[in-house]
Design a protein around this ligand. Sequence first.
Ligand SMILES: C[S@@+](CC[C@H](N)C(=O)[O-])C[C@H]1O[C@@H](n2cnc3c(N)ncnc32)[C@H](O)[C@@H]1O
Length: 286
Amino acid sequence: MAGAEPYPRKILQYMEGFLVSKALFSACELGVFERLQGSQSSASDLALALGCSEDGIERLLNTCVSLELLTARTDPHGADLYSNTEMSSMFLLKSSPRSLCQSIEYSSRTIYLCWHYLSDAVREGRNQYEKAFGVDSRDLFEAMYRSDEEMVKFMHLMNSIWNICGRDVITAFDLSPFRCICDLGGCSGALAKQCVSAFPESTVTIFDLPKVVRTSQQHFVCNQDERICFCEEAEFLKDLHAALKLIVHGCRDPEKSKDSHKASEQSFIPYTNLYDISKIHSEWMM
Ligand SMILES: C[S@@+](CC[C@H](N)C(=O)[O-])C[C@H]1O[C@@H](n2cnc3c(N)ncnc32)[C@H](O)[C@@H]1O
């Protein structure tokens, strides 16, 4: 509106965005959505069931209502009863096939802590695992896989994301002419599964670190589909990864890379913001 004082809506949203993430993380961690599965409950009942203060849980529940993660209705005695929304039932319950609970837990316990040091990451140009978790962070994946438990958590994170958007991503490209597809750093095999489902004529070979391959075979691709196989050639991938990173994440020699850069720009145009975030996210923070 002409003459109106500018209102910093976007800045306010950015400034407080982490409050929203934290409310979601806490509601999941405390088991709010699990407890409300198939029933409705008052704040006092939930406080008792989840071992929380009544005031605290009521504030969190009302925040979740405003975020459209819960609904509330007032019963004839004047008590507010809370229940899950359709979206929460689909994505925020551990038992749901489209559950994001593992991703949310990883975001809360790992990524959130690393992002706390974003300014340091920018200053120093490296990941912040050492500050966040006290581990040697020179090799990103050694830091991320600092225990088998952490490695499995990361694999669940990858798995749950591809369960949601893998089919859209894989079918965004016509891979039907290709019969032998290699998934470099294929992790849990979630994308490979989507690939053979969308392109049944294809076979996918997953390359990854030996312990990731073993875990994937044991826990993620156990009903062995003959179209998915594994390769533990970690050393071979070290160089190939570096090469691919230059192509996909932008080559540092603009002259030599004009064509590949142009091609990658074209494929990434609709995802430009996501692409930039993932660059910081994957190289420094995760
Ligand atoms: C960011 S994750 C992506 C996983 C998978 N592409 C997905 O989207 O689900 C990178 C993957 O590269 C693997 N990786 C890292 N260094 C590797 C190496 N030297 N050789 C083989 N795989 C490696 C990791 O174990 C991890 O599974």
